[in-house]
Design a protein around this ligand. Structure first.
Ligand SMILES: NC(=O)c1ccc[n+]([C@@H]2O[C@H](COP(=O)([O-])OP(=O)(O)OC[C@H]3O[C@@H](n4cnc5c(N)ncnc54)[C@H](OP(=O)(O)O)[C@@H]3O)[C@@H](O)[C@H]2O)c1
Length: 433
């Protein structure tokens, strides 16, 4: 049986590792805003990273932004470096949960998972790299289970909205939900939008390594998940198509969501005997002008990402190769304020009493998950709320520890309600009467 310790046995409920990174700084602000939601209305926390001056600067900045000058003195700074295992061990021994913001995870993530498992800390990350997430499951699941620890990857925009969105859709459906397609759209204000270089680099190395992911998956030796009801069809042979659902052109979503949702559905089926929901993920790209830009970016990316020379070019000039969408500076606070995302979930299934083996689905549902700017506003919210849920609802977590997806970890908790209160909102748009 897994156990969530309290900070009576460890100095901190939460340590934010990589707090000086572009995303880390916003996780610090979000945690500082939400401290009263910890167990017994309080949270003890610290920031960690490899540079004390940078971490002190982050605390100073958060204190200014939030009008909480006490943060500088109240929050401890710990120095830990991924390259120095002893420093990671010392950090992990002090935390109930480590929030790991150090990426790309394929390079820096494993020593942190290892140190957490060996030193008794739960770990939450915001990784969007399936290869890292799945290899941690392969290599650390049984050790984490033995120690009763929850190692929960992809707790940012990748992939809490998609993973919990499918579960929410299933929970709202009256009957047996068998398939969901999601359509992601994002909008920006007059200042435009941008994504920080850290995510650009994670994507570059992820695409370069896609062959390794196929080999890794063979090692699990999974049986295929049963297909219940009609088999979901891929749109337009997995290419660009006009989506009537979002009234714009759309493409298959290239991020971690399909991998994460599938792992969750496998867990829910194998451990809780639930009906697996098939999933297709798409992203809206806008009108014809955006499609033209996307094709140019896509072709350049595919050509360059395969060679180290090309990858170096992509890494050196993110703005140029992404039409300014990725940048070394990341979005400004103004850009973040004007940005938002919407995930529309179109589900189908069988009403109560209808046998899924006896014909096509006879009922539909449509739900929505929407929220603020995805990378640096919604992601800190989902990451911090995931940690607060682990601290507050230990009995609603899976019975044993392990390396889990967000859906597997939080399916039976109140995470969706918590997110609703923080601006990442789940709602039903249409369901048959
Ligand atoms: N799931 C999502 O939706 C989502 C959203 C946002 C970001 N992310 C992911 O989060 C990760 C970070 O992104 P970012 O844009 O914040 O990147 P970033 O600004 O480059 O931050 C990287 C952080 O890692 C730290 N770091 C690097 N090497 C280290 C080492 N050896 N020891 C200790 N710390 C080390 C850096 O420390 P220094 O400050 O000392 O350099 C910095 O704090 C990426 O993998 C990105 O894809 C995911």
């Amino acid at each position: 049986m897994a156990k969530v310790q309290t900070s009576s046995s460890r100095p901190y409920h939460i340590i934010i590792f990589g707090a000086s990174g572009f995303t880390g700084q916003f996780v610090v602000e979000e945690l500082a805003r939400t401290m009263s939601e910890g167990p017994n209305g309080t949270l003890k926390w610290a920031v960690a990273g490899r540079s004390r001056p940078k971490l002190e600067k982050v605390l100073e900045q958060a204190a200014g932004v939030l009008g909480k000058p006490e943060l500088r003195a109240a929050v401890e700074v710990l120095v830990a470096d991924v390259g120095e295992p002893d420093s990671l061990a010392a950090m992990c021994k002090q935390a109930v949960i480590v929030l790991n913001c150090v990426g790309p995870y394929r390079f820096w993530g494993e020593p942190v998972v290892k140190a957490c498992v060996e030193n008794g800390a739960h770990c939450i990350d915001i990784c969007g790299e399936p290869q890292f997430l799945e290899s941690m499951q392969l290599n650390y699941d049984s050790q984490a289970a033995d120690k009763g620890l929850y190692i929960v990857g992809s707790c940012g925009f990748d992939s809490i909205p998609a993973d919990l969105g499918v579960i929410y859709t299933r929970d709202q459906f009256k009957g047996t939900l068998t398939a969901v397609e999601s359509f992601l759209t994002a909008s920006a204000g007059p200042e435009g939008a941008s994504i920080h270089d850290g995510t650009w680099q994670s994507a570059i190395y992820g695409f370069a390594d896609s062959e390794k992911l196929r080999n890794l998956r063979k090692k699990f030796g999974h049986n295929p998940l049963p297909v219940v009801g009609s088999k979901i069809k891929r749109r337009c042979g997995n290419a660009l198509f006009y989506s009537s659902e979002v009234q714009q052109y759309a493409v298959p979503f290239m991020g971690a969501d399909p991998s994460v949702v599938k792992r969750t559905q496998r867990f829910l089926h194998e451990d809780y005997q639930e009906t697996p929901v098939q999933y297709g993920a798409y992203a809206g790209v806008g009108g014809a002008a955006n499609v033209a830009k996307m094709l140019i970016v896509g072709v350049m990316f595919w050509l360059l990402v395969k060679f180290s020379f090309g990858r170096n070019l992509l890494i050196k000039y993110p703005e140029f190769f992404s039409f300014g969408y990725f940048s070394k500076d990341g979005p400004s606070r103004k850009q973040m304020e004007g940005s938002s995302f919407q995930f529309a979930f179109h589900g189908e299934g069988y009403t109560e009493g209808q046998d899924p083996s006896q014909g096509p689905p006879n009922s539909k549902i449509r739900t929505l998950v929407q929220g603020p700017e995805a990378g640096y506003v919604a992601t800190p919210i989902t990451m911090v709320q995931a940690a607060i849920t682990i601290l507050n609802e230990p009995t609603a977590l899976p019975k044993k520890g392990g390396v889990y997806t967000p859906g597997a970890t939080f399916a039976r908790t109140t995470l969706v309600e918590r997110l609703n209160k923080h601006g990442v909102q789940f709602s039903v748009i249409y369901e048959p009467s």
